[in-house]
Each structure stands twice: as C-alpha cells, then as structure tokens.
Design a protein around this ligand. Sequence first.
Ligand SMILES: Cc1ncc(COP(=O)(O)O)c(C=O)c1O
Length: 440
Amino acid sequence: MTASAEWTARDASTVWHPFTQHAQWTGDRPVVVDRAEGPWLIDVDGRRYLDGVSSLWTTTLGHGNPDINAAITAQLAKLDHSTFLGTTHTPGIELSEALVELAPKGDGPPLTKVFYAGDGSSAVEAALKIAYQYSTQTGRSRPKFVRLEHAYHGDTLGAVAVGGHDLFHEAYKPLLLKTIGVSSPGDRALGPDRNAKAIADLRAVMRDEGEQVCAIILEPMIQGAAGMLDYDAAFLRAARELADAHGALLIFDEVATGFGRTGKMWAAEHAGVVPDLLTCGKGITGGYLPLSAVLAAEHVYEAFLTRPGDTTPRTFFHGHTYTANPLCCAAALANLRVMGEQDVIGRAAALGDRLAKLLEPVGSNAGVLEIRQLGTMIGVEVAPVGARTGFAVCQAARERGVWLRPLGDTVVLMPPLTLGEAETDLLVNALAEAIDEVLA
Ligand SMILES: Cc1ncc(COP(=O)(O)O)c(C=O)c1O
C-alpha cells in the first residue's frame, strides 16, 4: 500500500473536505501533499505535481519563497498575535499603508481606508454590511443589492445571497437576503452583444429599483468561479455611472483577480474605474496565510464617524478574533515588497501572453469549445463526453505531472505568477495531451 493510499484512508475516516462529494472522494485518489517548493507540490510518496491552479488561486511567487519565509519567521520572533480590537500593531499599520498606496487610481475618490477580514467570503460579508449601514447613515435604508448572474463571492450567507451560481447557491435560497440579479456581460448565452444587453439590464434595474439599492457588487472583468467568463471593461464604466446616478455604492470583488492575476495589480485597472469598496484576499499573503481586506473610499469611512447630536453610534460593529493577525500581515508585506522589487506584475502579464500563444493549438482541438483568458486566469472549456469530463482531463494531466482543478467542464489554469518557461511548457503540453486522451 502506498503512503498516499494509507493517508487517504485515514483522511476519509475523520475529515470532511470543502466542496467535496465524499461518496467519490477516495475513488478520486486525492493527492496527499507533503511539501511544496516553487511551483511544485510533492506528495507523501515523493511524486511531484506542477501547481497549475496556484493552490486555489492563492500562490503568487510560488511555494517556500525565501523572503516570505524570512518575514514570517522574523515576525514570529516578535509578536504572534494581539487583537486589533482596542490595540494595534506595526505590521497591520504598514500593510494598510501599502494597500492604500497600491489601490487602483482613477477619476473617482481614492480608496483610503483598510478593514481587515480573514477569507474572501468574510471580506465580502464586511463589504455588504458596510454598504447597507452606509445607506442608513447617509439618508435612508436601502435594503437591496444588485448582483450579476453567475457571480461567485464566497460561501457565507451574505456572499451566497449576492452570488448567482446555481450549483453552489440553489440549496440555500430560502435563507438569503433579497438581491436583484442582472444579466452577466460574460454570459455567452446572451450572444455577441452580451455586454450591451447586460448594461441595458442593469440600467433598467437601477431605473426601477435604484432607490432601494445600497450597492452593486461584481467581480471586475472576469467571473472566475463561473468558469472564467471574461467581459468588456465598458460594463464596469457603465456600472460606475449607474451607481453614481442612483446613489448606490459600487463594490468590486477582487478576491480572485487582485494581486496581479489578470496581468495588472487589480482588474479594475483594465477599465480605469475605482469602486467605493474593494474586497481582496487569496494572493494578498502570497498564498501563505488567510487574510483578506476591504478597501474603502474616504466618504464611506466618514459616514461611520459619530457626529455631535447623534443618539446612536455610527460604529461598524463587525470584526473577527484574528482580524489583522500579525503573521498574516508580515507575509502580505513581504509578498507585496517582492512583487514590486521583482516586477511580478510585468512578469504575470508576460506569462499571460506566453500562455495565450502556447494555447492557440489547444483551442483548435475539436473537443475544446472555448478558451477564455484574462492575464493568467484561464478557462479551457471542453465538450462533455460523459459525466465529469473536466475532472477526467485534470486526472489525465495529473498522470503527466500537472495538478489542475476544473469548474464543471472548464479546466482552469491559474499558475503562480512567476512560473518559468519550462514549467509553462509542461503545463500546456500536459493539458493538450490530457484533452487528446480524454476526448479521443
Ligand atoms: C471573486 C471571489 N470572491 C470571494 C471568494 C471567496 O473567497 P474565500 O474562499 O477565501 O472565502 C472567491 C473564492 O474563490 C472568489 O473567487
């Protein structure tokens, strides 16, 4: 019996995994990861797999980066944790300064304040509550959120309410906040003028219900979990205009797209639009530790300052035990410093271009329905040949030393931003051969 098989049997007896159907878990022969270096995951039997999805879209510089390792170790020697409620600490302060400095800039008010959370979902949850409370503290209660169809913003109930992904969200519908779904500009089913249709839909919703809407929330430029549905920047400019026209806030969820994934620091930069609230997570710590944040414009923050004559405090009564954990902040600071020093954003853009070129022949395979890409976020949609075709392609890629994970029948590629040329070749060749094998 291999070490992997032994550990899988032990795993199955006590562990309940996320997004996992345990009736087929052991049969799928999960990789039992023992260690990792650079873009490689190494299992308990010593087999190496290229981490083609950056450990669920988090790893920016690869695993075991010496600078991030050193920063966490140095922080550990000084301060492991102290609460951010009633005290503060230097890594938390320095990281908010760095994030404000890096925040997307444009014509609108800049993002000047940072509220920390733990995972992407908890950042979204905080942003939704901020947006609603902002409405109550600047005029009147606006209890509705506008969301896009096919959206994914996480799994806590508020985040689920603003999602539009039936497979993940349908079961919880009776529990959810009331939201208004509008067509997604990335929805291929709407045809080639999908962007114009989605803008018209958003315009009509805001005309009819805008007075009730506290915020429009969306994943800018590309809906990741929907299968990498990329869309036109004009939609973001229209959303900004319509939010302003109706007194609603605009929330960009950059949990997946932030920190270089799309070839720019933020997806918002593709459109030159600055939201009122921006959520980020995943790549913030380089993929090391759980940390997320909401970046807020000054006018939003100011609405939470108690004024003379107020009978109730305007405080944002929200936070978590480990808010702004110093080890997480130190990892994030090191990640951002290395990204700047080593032009990781430029390298991510170049990696995206190289992947696009290498994938051209894959796109002409008759079994490939569409390749969608923005920078290093890529979805290769394959024609189903039975159940779980996307998964079968990933298993075939695994036999070739590449670890991938599908979204339905869309195989996702989202490698570390610093992936070298040889590994990039391996990634695409393994995918191409896996598709040939499964769809033959
Ligand atoms: C756009 C977006 N928002 C939020 C989330 C949720 O993040 P987390 O899984 O860290 O809670 C995700 C996760 O994939 C995401 O893609």
